[in-house]
Design a protein around this ligand. Structure first.
Ligand code: BES
Ligand code: ZN
Ligand code: ZN
Length: 472
């Protein structure tokens, strides 16, 4: 979308935000229809000389303002403008004692760029939608505002790319095509990409990852993204689970639980989205992203329950459930990023356990960490980005549950504690580096959309937080 500062291309459509405790006298006659409460929207159409549309959205109480409220309010308004087939709108900046002008603009840009996203490429009867023109009026510092618009648009481009690939079905998106997309993104947005496959992965000893993907005709790829723009600074590693489809393998999922498993590469999508934001904004940091991309399906070459595999780290794993495949692929990706890319801290993102959603629903992402300082820094970035994470404990007793009688580890724990035992399995492969694991199984996708700036399907969860963590 085009977003201009203090420009006015579209003059007959305005979006205005109001607080319920500062509602102007001349709007009080709308009582019962629009009172400035959060989530309220009212469209006033006047027809004096020419038709004018005023879209009013509510923010609630002035002292309770958050960027999230602005994001939701403006997204709701922008969607209405699109539904009404209007060309765009002029947005009036709201005054706030809580948020700075820049923070309000940030949220407005998020709202427009994310709120108007749609995944309708497979609809043959869709009507073509033009790029809408928006302008933000009433800005005092135009230079800061313009920089803000650019930066947030680039972050939103990362999120929207993540959403696109999450929403892509697995007959279109498989390891090879995912690698091609990442390569194209690297060229377009400015980061280096290397793709490893076949013999190269064997030579590295990445047998756990290779085993998971072996059943498919679409063989695994290890996708490595490098954003090296931070000179001598330390390197952060991001690992994203990239299962382009997880049928469960021989531990086959039911039809209903298989439906959304084309999204089992959402961790990969969030890592890619973050790299796009960093690349486009030319951030002066060193970040490496690694995606183990595999497809977990059934064939004569698939791995089976009872198999024992040797990981890149040399540890052996007994497979008790072929549907607990994510941790196997991630174990090798973690070893790779630590040993070959020399990162000094690592964060992994994975749609790892369905039970994460049993505890938190789609409100909080489950987190596990072996390092209090690193986790607290992450959490404060999450607070700034207004994304929600909740840390679960690790404990030696949970660790006992993944001991195997046959091998060093087994890939499922006892009944209960599934999100924790999955994370503690990964912890075995982080070599004591500061590490955070994000189990995004329940937050990577929404159906239906919960927030006004969301769209059914992929969310690009954690991208805003990771960007905040890396840049601040
Ligand atoms: N990809 C799934 C987890 C998942 C479930 C993501 C639902 C999104 C929605 C993962 O590979 C899986 O199947 N995990 C198993 C682990 C179990 C076998 C220990 C699960 O959650 O049931
Ligand atoms: Zn699985
Ligand atoms: Zn999976």
């Amino acid at each position: 979308m085009n977003i201009a500062i203090n420009g006015a291309k579209v003059t007959n459509v305005t979006i205005e935000m109001f607080y319920e405790d500062f509602l102007p006298e001349n709007l009080k006659y709308l009582k019962g229809m629009f009172e400035g409460k959060a989530k309220e929207l009212y469209v006033l159409v006047s027809n004096e000389q020419s038709i004018e549309y005023k879209v009013f959205v509510g923010l609630g109480k002035e002292k309770d303002l958050t960027q999230e409220l602005v994001r939701n309010a403006v997204a709701k308004a922008a969607k209405r403008v699109k539904e009404l087939n209007l060309e765009g709108a002029s947005l009036q900046l709201c005054k706030s004692s809580i948020l700075s002008e820049a923070q309000i603009i940030e949220a407005m840009v998020d709202a427009i760029e994310l709120g108007l996203y749609a995944f309708d490429k497979y609809k043959t009867d869709k009507k073509e939608c033009n790029t809408l023109e928006f302008s933000i009026a009433g800005v005092t510092d135009v230079e800061v505002a313009n920089r803000c618009v650019e930066e947030r648009k680039h972050i939103a481009a990362g999120i929207n790319t993540a959403r696109n690939i999450i929403n892509e079905p697995s007959n279109v998106l498989y390891p090879e095509t995912l690698a091609e997309i990442v390569q194209a993104c690297g060229k377009q947005y400015g980061f280096e990409v290397e793709v490893l496959e076949g013999e190269a992965l064997h030579a590295l000893g990445m047998h756990a990852m290779l085993t998971v993907g072996n059943g498919s005709v679409h063989k695994p790829r290890l996708i490595v993204m490098r954003h090296k723009n931070g000179g001598e600074q330390e390197t952060l590693g991001l690992v994203g689970k990239g299962l382009t489809c997880d049928t469960g393998g021989y531990s086959l999922k039911s039809n209903d639980s298989m439906y959304y498993q084309k999204t089992d590469m959402s961790g990969a999508a969030s890592v890619l989205g973050t790299m796009i934001a960093l690349g486009q904004n030319k951030i002066h940091k060193n970040v490496i992203g690694v995606i183990p991309a595999c497809e977990n399906v059934v064939s004569g070459c698939s791995y089976k329950v009872g198999d024992v595999v040797t990981t890149m780290a040399g540890k052996t794993v007994q497979v008790l459930n072929t549907d607990a495949e994510g941790r196997l692929a991630l174990a090798d990706a973690l070893t790779y990023i630590i040993e070959k890319e020399k990162v000094s801290k690592v964060i992994d993102l994975a749609t790892l356990t369905g039970v994460a959603g049993v505890t938190f629903g789609n409100v909080y992402t489950a987190a596990i960490s072996n390092h209090d300082d690193f986790y607290n820094t992450f959490l404060s970035a999450a607070e700034d980005a207004e994304e929600k994470f909740w840390r679960l404990p690790t404990d030696a007793r949970y660790r006992e549950w993944i001991n195997s009688d046959v091998a060093d580890l087994k890939n499922t724990g006892a009944a209960g504690g599934g999100t924790i035992t999955a994370a503690m399995f990964l912890q075995e492969f982080v070599q004591e580096l500061p590490w955070i694991h994000l189990d995004i199984a329940a937050t990577a996708c929404v159906d239906p959309a919960v927030r006004d700036y969301e769209y059914r399907g992929g969310t690009g969860v954690a991208i805003r937080t990771l960007y905040e963590l890396i840049t601040k």
